[in-house]
Design a protein around this ligand. Sequence first.
Ligand code: MG
Length: 267
Amino acid sequence: MVNEKLSQVLNTAEYILLDMDGTLYIGDGLIGDMDETLAYLRSKGKKLIYLTNNSSKSRQKYVDKLKDIGLYDDMDFVYTSGIATAEYIKTNYKDKSVFLLGTDALKEEFLANGVKLVDDQTPDLCVLAYDTELTYDKLCKFVTYLKRGAVYIATHPDVNCPHPEVFIPDAGAFMELIKASTGLTPSQIIGKPYSGMGVNLMNKLNADKSKFIMVGDRLHTDIAFGNNCGFSTVLVLSGESTKEDIGKADGIPDFILNSLNDVKNYL
Ligand SMILES: [Mg+2]
């Protein structure tokens, strides 16, 4: 019954939204024959969209990485919370000025999307991203502009970023620092588990929610995101979450697979 339903959802879907780490690969190692699985999905007419909350790197960096490990095809698409934030600003705050707490790579993407960036004048908006080039000067400007009344937006809420030895501080940790200093929290957060990236994609692609499936290994981000957008969700057990975790965290998946490679049994 569940299997039939998964086949039906897979047949209806046009876009497969893919988390990356823990879903397609772990570190630099593919999970099983993931290259063949993605080729199979493409052969069935599915369009693959790689989603990441990491707003410190450019889309091209991810394309290069995916190509290096044999996954990317020119039909595919990478979507980051940083680009989604730039698009959100363009739609909702057209022509407003932005101070960006972010990397040079993200600055380039904001500019390419037509966002007006300012540095030494009070902006209309302050955007907090995963700034791996953070300086004290940038932090001081950020809190000053917030206190002067700029609208506060964050690219994504992750407190930590996976790293080979220990977790390292991500945008959510910077948000805590800003909150400790100013008492202020973002009025809008774009990345997973919030629905911003999904809403943008539905608009960009002119497709309704029934055309999307979200596949990921984390319940509280990937699956909660899919649920918040009204997409069908598939939890893969190849990464962080186990079957036992279901129900303990936000995000109940519609379907569970040991890995995405099992999708061939249903499509
Ligand atoms: Mg993951």
